[in-house]
Design a protein around this ligand. Structure first.
Ligand SMILES: *[C@@H]1O[C@H](CO)[C@@H](O)[C@H](O)[C@H]1NC(C)=O
Ligand SMILES: *[C@@H]1O[C@H](CO)[C@@H](O)[C@H](O)[C@H]1NC(C)=O
Ligand SMILES: *[C@@H]1O[C@H](CO)[C@@H](O)[C@H](O)[C@H]1NC(C)=O
Ligand SMILES: *[C@@H]1O[C@H](CO)[C@@H](O)[C@H](O)[C@H]1NC(C)=O
Ligand SMILES: *[C@@H]1O[C@H](CO)[C@@H](O)[C@H](O)[C@H]1NC(C)=O
Length: 445
């Protein structure tokens, strides 16, 4: 009896020690340098790869690039189902422009709890390294970027380059080397999640997604000064299946910009501004063909911005923008809350062309708030040669932010209707469809 009791206690003690040991392993193993292929337990475990165990110092001065690369390569190849490349809090990591390349096995989580920063401005950027991007994730299959840390793009010195807008006398731009890095680029990757991260002051766009499939962005926070040039929050092109939810973005350019080749984008509950609002475009630059379809922006706030919801295309392009829904959006002091601009031009010497990106099936529902009275709150400036069609407005209520000067909506070659009375009333949309469309061979891609 006593002996059986003893052996039970022994067994129990063994179990407790064993489980403690296991948990400890899961929580603290910084690298699993001896993965056991074929081992079920091993396949299920989460392994941590702390950049410090690969030699990162995190004092804000030492170049930790090699440590990050090594941690990435090791995590990427590890057999565990979930691998966490861990950037701990309480440290400040200095890293050069780096391309983190996949594909990796399983699911890789990059967890940034610490502070991460690039070289401080163009003078410190190595001459032999591209100035177009800082951190690149290339050809990754399943990856999450998360954590409660801060990614600081240290953009100030880039914004001050003489070539940037308005750095010359009288608002001009001076010549000189101008390329500046995007802070974080995902390139040719899929099944991406960006969650909870904070990023500020990118030299150029904060995030750029190109050639990606299935992107989920959730609860992120992007900040840069209102006057920082080209600091778009999230820019995407040739990317499909994108969800951007519950995020806050204030910066000096577009909050979100949706470029050519984007399909199935859902944006919900985001707060934009100050900045330039949410843009589809610019499209059709240098006579290019652009296709954008099924874009939804809903339950969001846009404040102190140059534009609210904008579609911008250059003269001379081709292709189309189809099936766009902007709904339940609150505008606060926005200069152009609702705008389609098919004469987009930043060089100042654009001519009108006979082709343009075709814009059709755009719905604006429940868009309310105030506009800054420098320009009409609703503006549909469509091409002479290619009209916009099927524009549908309902529950629009836009009032001047100050004073009581009401500006009338502007339409040019725009077809559609208001399904409910709107404030201000929109009487400039043309009914039905243009005759020219029946004869024109438009590129509905
Ligand atoms: C591994 O994970 C799967 C799915 O979560 C679970 O069904 C299975 O029981 C786990 N196996 C082990 C050995 O923990
Ligand atoms: C850039 O130059 C530095 C110093 O000359 C060298 O160590 C580094 O390997 C070079 N990097 C690339 C990507 O060529
Ligand atoms: C990731 O995305 C690709 C499409 O690019 C898909 O084929 C694949 O099944 C996805 N992987 C996972 C694990 O979801
Ligand atoms: C909307 O996003 C904000 C900011 O992230 C968040 O605090 C809030 O809970 C979200 N609202 C809903 C309904 O999810
Ligand atoms: C292009 O066409 C629009 C609309 O007809 C017109 O207002 C504008 O002045 C033209 N621009 C040029 C550069 O000819």
């Amino acid at each position: 009896m006593l002996q059986r009791e003893n052996s039970r206690i022994l067994l129990l003690a063994f179990c407790i020690i064993f489980s403690l040991f296991c948990c400890n392993q899961a929580r603290h193993s910084h690298s699993d340098k001896s993965p056991k292929p074929g081992n079920e337990d091993n396949h299920n475990a989460t392994s941590y790869f702390d950049v410090r165990t690969f030699g990162a110092i995190g004092d804000g001065l030492t170049d930790d690039t090699e440590a990050f690369k090594m941690a990435w390569d090791t995590a990427c190849q590890s057999e565990s189902a979930v691998k966490v490349l861990y950037v701990p809090s309480g440290f400040s990591f200095f890293i050069q422009s780096t391309i983190f390349t996949g594909p990796c096995r399983g699911h890789l989580v990059v967890k940034v709890d610490g502070y991460v920063m690039p070289p401080d401005g163009p003078e410190s950027w190595p001459m032999n390294i591209s100035r177009r991007q800082w951190l690149v994730f290339y050809r990754v299959n399943v990856m999450s970027l998360e954590g409660g840390g801060l990614i600081d793009g240290r953009g100030e010195k880039w914004w001050d380059l003489p070539c940037k807008p308005h750095k010359g006398p009288h608002g001009t731009t001076l010549p000189g080397r101008c390329d500046s890095p995007v802070a974080i680029r995902f390139f040719m990757s899929s099944n991406l999640t960006v969650k909870g991260v904070r990023i500020k002051n990118s030299p150029l766009y904060h995030f750029r997604f190109d050639g990606c499939i299935n992107v989920h962005i959730e609860s992120i926070h992007i900040t840069a000064p209102a006057l920082s040039p080209n600091t778009d929050g999230i820019h995407m092109e040739n990317t499909k299946d994108v969800r951007i939810y519950n995020s806050v973005i204030s910066n000096g350019d577009d909050c979100v910009s949706i470029g050519p080749g984007c399909f199935d984008v859902d944006i919900k509950n985001i707060s934009c501004g100050p900045g330039h609002g949410i843009s589809i475009g610019s499209l059709g630059k240098h006579n290019s063909r652009a296709c954008v379809r099924n874009i939804r922006v809903r339950e969001s706030v846009i404040k102190a911005s140059d534009n609210g919801v904008r579609i911008k295309t250059w003269q001379g392009g081709s292709g189309s923008v189809f099936q766009v829904i902007f709904s339940n959006i609150e505008m606060e002091s926005v200069r152009n809350p609702i705008i389609i601009d098919q004469f987009y031009c930043i060089t100042g010497d654009c001519t009108n062309k006979s082709s343009a990106v075709f814009v059709s099936d755009v719905e604006y529902t429940n868009i309310k708030g105030s506009y800054d009275v420098r320009s009409p709150p609703i503006r549909f400036a469509c091409s002479d040669s290619v009209p916009c069609t099927n524009i549908a407005l309902s529950d629009i209520e836009l009032l001047p932010a100050q004073g009581d000067t009401v500006l009338h909506p502007f339409c040019w070659n725009a077809y559609g209707d208001s399904q409910t009375p709107t404030i201000p009333p929109v009487t400039c949309l043309r009914d039905g469809l243009p005759k020219s469309l029946l004869h024109n061979d438009l590129d509905r891609c």
